[in-house]
Design a protein around this ligand. Structure first.
Ligand code: 5GP
Length: 191
């Protein structure tokens, strides 16, 4: 029997909502999931590893990749470029793995146009106050950068209704279980 092609799972949500931790847990709990490592022109944060968190590239290299048509989607976020390489995603899906993309809303729109059979999940905070608390706690950005990210977050929340599923990250394990249930449901209804 030929192996089923993997699912494309798109996870979006405002900065500070806890997407990173949630995705880490998903990957720990489900061995068929693979994380799509994006390219970005943003400088690495302390502790981020090239090739694991992101492929950190120059603007010139990013532009070359755009010109080559290498991206499934790409977008600008807070002045930096981010993109998903088609080849990485397709290789994993062909091997039967379900691929998780952690991308912002403009990129998700591009993926939806190309792959309407993807599973689109939007993560929201229990409240905006909580989001701000989490952003402050993370403390990796300058205050100017944080203000910009907060404004983007407010705008991003308006996109939630365009997603197939909206999951409230009120309690990590509960939210993880809900996302896993969505993924398993999508797998079982795959043709
Ligand atoms: P951060 O700088 O906090 O790592 O990411 C900023 C935003 O860019 C987040 O919403 C993150 O999900 C998004 N992002 C990360 N990689 C990609 C990508 O490849 N494409 C798009 N469109 N957004 C991305």
């Amino acid at each position: 029997m030929t192996k089923k092609r993997g699912l494309l799972i798109v996870i979006s949500g405002p900065s500070g909502v806890g997407k990173d931790t949630l995705i880490e847990r998903l990957l720990e709990l489900d061995s068929n999931l693979r994380y799509s490592v994006s390219c970005t022109t943003r400088p690495p944060r302390p502790g981020e590893v090239d090739g694991v968190d992101y492929s950190f590239v120059s603007r010139e290299r990013f532009q070359q990749l755009i010109d080559q048509g290498a991206f499934l989607e790409n977008a600008t976020y807070n002045g930096n470029l981010y993109g998903t390489l088609t080849e990485r995603v397709e290789r994993e899906r062909d091997a039967g793995h379900d691929v998780v993309l952690k991308i912002e809303v403009q990129g998700a729109e591009q993926v939806r146009a190309k792959a309407p059979d993807g599973v689109f999940i939007f993560i929201v905070p229990p409240s905006v106050d909580e989001l701000v608390r989490r952003q402050v706690k993370r403390n990796t950005e300058t205050s100017q950068d944080m203000t910009a990210r907060r404004l983007i977050a407010m705008r991003e929340m308006e996109y939630a209704s365009r997603y197939d599923h909206v999951v409230v990250n009120d309690e990590l394990e509960r939210a993880v279980a809900e996302v896993l249930a969505i993924i398993r449901q999508a797998r079982s209804s795959q043709t």
